[in-house]
Ligand binder design. Structure first.
Ligand SMILES: [Zn+2]
Length: 87
């Protein structure tokens, strides 16, 4: 499984949001492949989003699901995405 191709914050604060990271597909759909989710605190959400865009990926912030407890900079890579090592 590959790592996410942009720098992440070094932070141990509780995450306040989940940022979905997509790879655009060749046809031009910015949300071509859902590759990963990055959890971030209030202070670092803009950094994560900016880093993703700088790496030519699409970042989309969504609210944390109720009862989900994550730390800022935690990453979940989807096995089905481009970073997950194929189908
Ligand atoms: Zn943080």
């Amino acid at each position: 499984m590959k790592k996410i191709p942009f720098p992440l914050p070094v932070c141990d604060q509780p995450a306040t949001g989940r940022i979905e990271i997509y790879t655009p597909d060749p046809a031009g759909d910015a949300f071509g492949s859902l590759d990963a989710s990055v959890y971030a605190c209030d202070a670092h959400e803009p950094d994560v989003i900016a880093a993703a865009w700088a790496a030519d990926m699409t970042a989309y912030r969504i609210e944390m699901a109720p009862g989900v407890d994550r730390t800022c900079s935690e990453v979940y890579v989807y096995r089905t995405g481009n970073l997950g090592g194929g189908q």
